[in-house]
Design a protein around this ligand. Structure first.
Ligand SMILES: [Ca+2]
Length: 320
């Protein structure tokens, strides 16, 4: 009986060198990697859920920013396609009348019942008063609480006047018949201050000493929109103070200047600068007088203007 030697499992069926085995293993590895990549691509391409998961993973994976975020806008605000050109104009003086020297004028308006109403500032001295339109005499004066520095004032709804306060973020509702404060409301602005207020249809426009104007809803007193006031070249105009609605636009005193600007309410662009430097030239003023402030429209064309602690009020007509 012939006995053959048993073949071992580990014995190669054909002889090969170690280097050729490594080369073959490498090829297998490369082919396997290519096949896996191809499979993954096809899987993602034809599986929407996988695409979504891949996109979400990319969003959630933090990436180091390549540069610091821009803190300030680098571009100027875009100019309107049909820009308004700012013009400088003057005024015509009609007449003058006395102005109480204790009037630190913050707001001035002429009511629908033909009453000239003025608000006066300073802590402990703030008041709302009615002035005789013919003589300049103070007919009625109501001093308000010491903690409030009165600012702009305007005619409101339901026989009330609305008066702002400087840093108290509080609006005062004033009974128009006796000028007493009947209630209050809170508000917020860009600077947290209140400066000027006037009508805009059923709503109100408010300034806060910055370049912003705020449109408040006439019923809720909530802000509906805000816009920045700028010259036709794009430069912002700060320190907007007392306001007045005039022929569809807004007039504004600029704090510590002798000009009144006329603002387009849709674009915020200054249409006209009215130069009042000659009204009471600064070199003629006493040291007691403060700045030009206070605008009231008496009728279509006639305005009353004055200043804080100024001895006169002036009826003027703006040049066309
Ligand atoms: Ca006014």
């Amino acid at each position: 009986m012939e006995i053959s030697a048993p073949a071992t499992a580990s014995e190669p069926k054909s002889p090969s060198s170690p280097s050729s085995r490594r080369s073959r293993s490498l090829k297998v590895l490369i082919l396997a990697t290519l096949a896996a990549t191809l499979f993954a691509c096809l899987y993602i391409k034809y599986n929407p859920n996988a695409q979504e998961a891949a996109a979400e993973k990319a969003l959630l994976t933090p990436t180091k920013p390549t540069k610091e975020p821009t803190k300030e806008p680098t571009k100027e605000p875009s100019k309107p396609s049909n820009p308004i050109t700012t013009h400088t104009k003057g005024y015509t003086l009609i007449s003058t009348l006395p102005h109480s020297r204790d009037s630190f004028t913050q707001g001035l308006f002429y009511s629908s019942t033909n009453r000239l109403i003025e608000s006066c500032g300073l802590y402990g001295k703030s008041s709302i008063r009615e002035i005789d339109i013919n003589t300049g005499d103070v007919i009625k004066n109501n001093v308000i609480e010491e903690k409030y520095f009165a600012e702009g004032v305007v005619e409101g709804k339901n026989n009330q006047f609305i008066m702002l306060t400087w840093k108290e973020s509080t609006g005062l509702l004033v009974d128009s018949s006796d000028l007493t404060v009947t209630s209050k409301f809170g508000y917020r602005t860009h600077t947290s201050e209140g400066w000027g207020i006037t009508n805009l249809g059923d709503d109100y426009v408010v300034s806060d000493g910055s370049a912003w104007l705020f449109v408040w809803d006439g019923v809720t007193m909530e802000e509906k929109r805000r816009f920045k006031v700028r010259m036709s070249d794009g430069k912002y105009v700060r320190f907007l103070n007392e306001l007045e609605f005039y022929k569809g636009d807004i007039l504004a005193n600029i704090w510590y200047s002798d000009i009144i600007i006329r603002i387009d309410v849709e674009t915020g662009i200054v249409k006209t600068i009215y130069d009042f430097k000659s009204l009471w030239p600064s070199h003629e003023r006493s040291s007691l007088a403060d700045c030009f402030n206070g605008i009231a429209v008496l009728d279509d064309d006639v305005l009353m203007v004055t200043g804080k602690l100024w001895p006169k009020m002036y009826k003027v007509k703006l040049d066309d």
